[in-house]
Design a protein around this ligand. Structure first.
Ligand code: AMP
Length: 191
């Protein structure tokens, strides 16, 4: 049973590492950003709403995001564990995630935070903007998302550290080395 969160600023390689770590642990990687993007692509009602926030680098309102996560975590494949990527992103979402898990009679096992120097983040995001063409990877969108991360998301690490379920991992360098370091951190948090 492995219930995990991976956190880190945009460009820290969270999505890439989430997919690798989830595969290694045979649990689903659940990315709120990916779910929003799939809805934006499908032009659903949720997608249109999400886009009006994500294009500006702002968070989608908590009620919308929380109920989406609640539904996703109720699906069968998440019963044996999951790796959340991009959620929780603010203090209210931390409270909501605890409540959702408590309803299932479980709790989070670990939160791994990827650390990458700001300069490298900006370089990576500029490159991603060219390669992927995400509509929110504009210079203004990138700046705003990093600011939101520093203001609202980074402080959550402290709350998880106080519970003894938080670990930091260096997010620069070889992808395989980073994946191994994340897996080691997860194992040490579960001891
Ligand atoms: P990401 O791919 O994680 O960078 O997410 C892309 C965009 O989706 C973000 O800039 C937000 O607008 C939205 N989003 C993703 N996760 C959340 C969340 N937990 N709370 C609110 N908005 C979110």
């Amino acid at each position: 049973m492995t219930r995990l969160v991976i956190m880190g600023p945009q460009g820290s390689g969270k999505g890439t590492q989430a997919a690798r770590v989830a595969q290694a642990l045979a649990i689903p990687a659940i990315s709120t950003g990916d779910i929003f993007r799939a809805n934006i692509k499908g032009d659903t009602e949720l997608g249109r709403l999400a886009r009006s926030f994500s294009d500006r680098g702002e968070l989608v309102p908590d009620e919308v995001t929380n109920s989406m996560v609640r539904d996703r975590l109720a699906q069968d494949d998440a019963a044996g564990g999951f790796l959340l990527d991009g959620y929780p992103r603010n203090a209210a979402q931390v409270v909501e995630l605890d409540a959702i898990l408590a309803e299932h009679g479980v709790a989070l096992d670990g939160v791994v935070e990827l650390e990458v120097a700001e300069e490298e983040l900006l370089e990576r995001l500029a490159r991603r903007a060219e390669v992927e063409g995400r509509s929110d990877d504009t210079p203004e969108g990138i700046r705003r998302r990093l600011a939101v991360y520093h203001e609202q998301t980074a402080p959550l690490a402290q709350a998880y550290a106080e519970r003894g379920i938080h670990a930091k991992v260096a997010g620069s360098g070889d992808l395989d080395v980073i994946t191994s370091a994340v897996l080691e951190a997860v194992a040490s948090l579960q001891d």
